[in-house]
Design a protein around this ligand. Structure first.
Ligand code: BGC
Length: 391
């Protein structure tokens, strides 16, 4: 699919971004000490080039392919060799891949974990070799050997998902204010969360519920299934089929007396597509049985088309090109003996320490701003939006 395209896009973004890939790695000496060792040791000096290991969770979701390609092209442009691996969402595979990166002599690791708690021994080995570890998008937990975290403001992503759901339901106006003509309800809403082993999933859910809960409390919104706690609504491995199955079960158990679903909080486009399939199979989106308001995340092309077609209501756009830039910049900093610049040093406690983080902003995308947010920024072309497929 978009592998080649993304590589090109990544390069374009890197070239045009304010990243100043200054090939900071210059001068001789050992690299990585400042990263893994943290402060205190002799200042590390940089070597030119060298191998960087990039571990991504899966190729089944288009965003991780885009992330992998963008990180790879940015690193290569900066003069590094790259060992890019995808783990097929299998934890032992990812552990083995990271072990091998260390064996091959990687000077830095960029890791988007499948299970945020399953990489301790790999991180211990990296620390023993003085290899800095950058946790990519998903926080690696329960290890002191995580040196930096690059991500989006994940709580805010959740707030945006919740806000967009409320807007779609007519409860908020386009300025985020209580709508003058808001429906009194009760509106039937079902809740989905992401994978419980992904640290982000809780942030997304908590952020969304921070804006939705008041409407549940005042009974404008009801959850007919009564399934509202994170563990019950979570979707292991973010699997589309699992979300489809749960939505089918919810329709059977809680909507068998003529009630209709008005909204679904979905944290990721892949899950949204599973949910949509379940709803369509029950006649939603046909005749006067309207498709509920359904949220998402990642601006995956198939879902952007569904939004354009009025099937899915919204997604959250996280520009993975910018995230890749941050990961490359942090790598360069570590390998030239500098601490990367953090813009958050309070929120991402991984259970052992607060990991210095660089967080990026995300954007709500609905039918009205597909063009300005996604097409005008070069993320997708108009043709791709129209076809629902990456070129
Ligand atoms: C990412 C999301 C993505 C999800 C499923 C999360 O960790 O932050 O962007 O939708 O994983 O791949």
């Amino acid at each position: 699919m978009a592998r080649k395209l993304w590589a090109v896009r990544g390069l374009a973004a890197l070239a045009t971004g304010a990243m100043a890939l200054s090939l900071a790695a210059c001068g001789g000496g050992g690299a990585g000490g400042a990263g893994a060792g943290g402060a205190g040791g002799a200042p590390a000096q940089a070597e030119e080039g060298g191998l960087v290991g990039v571990a991504m969770p899966t190729e089944t979701s288009e965003r991780w392919i885009a992330d992998g390609d963008a990180v790879q092209s940015g690193l290569e442009k900066a003069g590094y060799d790259v060992d890019l691996q995808f783990a097929g969402d299998d934890i032992p595979t990812q552990q083995q891949q990271v072990d091998q990166m260390i064996t091959k002599g990687a000077k830095a690791l960029i890791i988007a974990a499948i299970d945020g708690t399953a990489l301790q021994s790999q991180l211990d080995a990296a620390a023993a070799e003085g290899i800095p570890v950058i946790s990519y998008d998903r926080l690696i937990r329960d290890s002191k050997n995580v040196d930096f975290y690059v991500s989006f403001d994940n709580y805010q992503v959740g707030v945006q998902q919740g806000t967009s759901l409320l807007t779609g339901l007519g409860l908020l106006d386009e300025n985020g204010e209580k709508a003058a003509d808001a429906p009194k309800g009760p509106l039937n809403v079902e809740l989905f969360a992401g994978s419980p082993d992904d640290n982000n999933a809780g942030f997304f859910f908590d952020g969304a519920m921070s804006v939705i809960q008041p409407y549940i409390d005042d009974k404008t919104i009801v959850v007919p299934s009564k399934q509202t706690d994170f563990d019950t609504v979570a979707t292991l491995r973010w699997e589309q089929e699992r979300a489809q199955k749960r939505m089918e079960d919810l329709l059977t158990s809680s909507y068998n007396g003529g009630e209709e679903v008005d909204g679904v909080l979905s944290p990721y486009d892949g899950l949204s597509r599973g949910i949509i399939t379940a709803l369509q199979n029950e006649g939603y989106g046909k005749g006067d049985k309207a498709m509920p308001i359904i949220t998402g995340q990642d601006a995956e092309i198939a879902s952007v088309k569904l939004i354009d077609d009025g099937v899915q209501y919204s997604t959250i756009f996280k520009d993975t090109r910018l995230l890749a830039e941050q990961a490359v910049t942090a790598t360069q900093d570590f390998l030239s003996g500098k601490e990367p610049e953090a813009n958050n040093t309070t929120d991402y406690d991984n259970g052992v320490k607060v990991v210095p983080s660089y967080l990026l902003d995300s954007v709500i995308v609905d039918k009205d701003n597909i063009k300005s947010a996604l097409v005008d920024t070069g993320y997708w072309t108009e043709e791709e939006v129209a076809s629902g497929q990456a070129d």
